[in-house]
Write a protein that binds this ligand. Structure first.
Ligand SMILES: [Mg+2]
Length: 101
């Protein structure tokens, strides 16, 4: 069973399906908690090598992202594969995976 299926089963088992907008807000909040970890551990970015992100918060953010994928009927593995192919193409053509925007 892949990670998205595990999250889907959890949502089913605990009757936690909800509106995608809520899932997006939850994801944003969890990413914010990671940012708080980064802010605290790096002294507001002054010591980037000291970054210390909580595994618990990474897990929360991953759950929220996969729950959002589930609620929007998005295949997370397919979406990731498409993104990696896009980055590969950019690296080949522009030397960097970033969009440059
Ligand atoms: Mg959290």
């Amino acid at each position: 069973m892949d990670a998205q299926e595990t999250v889907a089963d959890f949502l089913d088992t605990h009757d936690l399906h909800t509106d995608p907008a809520y899932r997006l807000l939850d994801l944003t909040a969890e990413v914010g908690e990671l940012a708080a970890d980064a802010t605290a551990s790096t002294d507001y970015g002054a010591s980037p090598a000291e970054i210390d992100l909580s595994r618990d918060e990474l897990g929360d953010a991953l759950f929220a992202l996969l729950a959002l994928a589930e609620e929007t009927d998005t295949d997370a593995d397919a979406a990731l594969a498409e993104s990696l192919a896009k980055y590969d193409a950019r690296i080949d053509s522009e030397g960097s995976p970033g969009s440059g925007d």
